[in-house]
Design a protein around this ligand. Structure first.
Ligand SMILES: Cc1cc2nc3c(=O)[nH]c(=O)nc-3n(C[C@H](O)[C@H](O)[C@H](O)COP(=O)(O)O)c2cc1C
Length: 275
């Protein structure tokens, strides 16, 4: 059975963990073979998707919800793989990059080059809809093998915000990004060092979205032992690691961009079209 686990073990797994295995196996055993096959680069083997089929069977037998977007994604890719094997067009809405026009590029440049860490904030609160938008941005960041191990805490009241000191002050909301450690443990195909990178990518999306919304954001730092009060207050399970955070509020300052070094100072090898 997939992931080195037998059916009985899969039946006992926490649904979130089982779901992560379904995503990882879909990624590693279907997705990465399917798109080359659609482009005519290589054929799908007869066994493609077998592990995912077995996992989805366990999911069904356990009567777990079938209408979740990621479960549907796995089913769609399985169906598409079957279609390709039969020489048919897969029923997928495929997307890919398309260059932005000049005006759109101005927006992208502003987003990437004008975003700054903001550390002074007005008294105005950050609304719920905005927080939801920031979290959606976080979840759509790249994530190793689509494991989706991220979990978040949103601190907004004075009492909540007093639980942790993150070296920035006056912010109205603090999003703490954490991870369900069980998900990485249950997916040994995914290198462990990707774990923190997943969190970093998510927080980067939060700060970019915050900038686009006119919010001030500053990535913050805490050490694991500083999270004790937060963990107790929110009754955070021990298997959730609290990794990093971002302080947010409506900005009340303007700053000089901290200069960056030049690209040729960081490039370890020449990039030359003539080579
Ligand atoms: C992982 C990480 C931790 C950070 N921690 C803090 C922090 O504890 N306090 C703070 O004021 N800024 C913190 N920052 C923000 C950096 O100081 C800031 O990004 C850097 O000085 C460049 O400025 P810019 O974001 O305006 O480009 C952190 C940034 C990162 C990526």
């Amino acid at each position: 059975m997939p992931g080195g686990k037998d059916k009985e073990e899969l039946k006992q797994l926490d649904p979130d963990v089982l779901r992560s295995i379904i995503r990882e196996r879909t990624h590693h055993t279907v997705e990465i073979f399917l798109y080359p096959a659609i482009c005519g680069e290589g054929e799908l083997s007869s066994g493609v998707g077998q592990q995912v089929r077995e996992l989805l069977e366990v999911w069904r037998e356990r009567d777990l919800p079938e209408d979740l977007a990621d479960i549907q994604w796995s089913k769609d890719l399985l169906e598409a793989a079957e279609a390709v094997q039969e020489g048919k067009e897969p029923d997928l809405e495929l997307i890919g990059p398309c260059p932005y026009d000049e005006e759109e590029m101005d927006v992208v440049d502003d987003l990437i080059f004008s975003r700054r860490s903001m550390r002074q904030f007005t008294d105005e609160d950050v609304g719920e809809e905005i927080i939801d938008k920031l979290l959606q941005a976080a979840l759509w960041a790249p994530h190793a093998c689509n494991l989706q191990s991220l979990r978040f805490l949103v601190l907004r009241t004075e009492e909540e915000l007093s639980l942790i000191n993150v070296d920035v002050s006056g912010y109205k909301t603090l999003i703490i990004a954490g991870q369900d450690s069980r998900i990485y443990e249950a997916n040994p195909h995914v290198p462990e060092h990707n774990r923190l990178l997943d969190c970093g990518a998510a927080v980067q999306n939060i700060v970019l979205m915050a900038h686009a919304l006119g919010l001030g954001a500053c990535w913050g730092t805490f050490r694991p032992k500083q999270t004790k009060k937060v963990r107790e207050y929110f009754d955070v399970p021990e298997y959730i690691d609290l990794v990093t955070c971002v302080a947010l509020g409506w900005p009340d300052e303007k700053v000089v961009p901290p200069a960056r070094v030049d690209t040729d100072e960081v490039l370890l090898n020449p990039v030359d079209d003539a080579n």
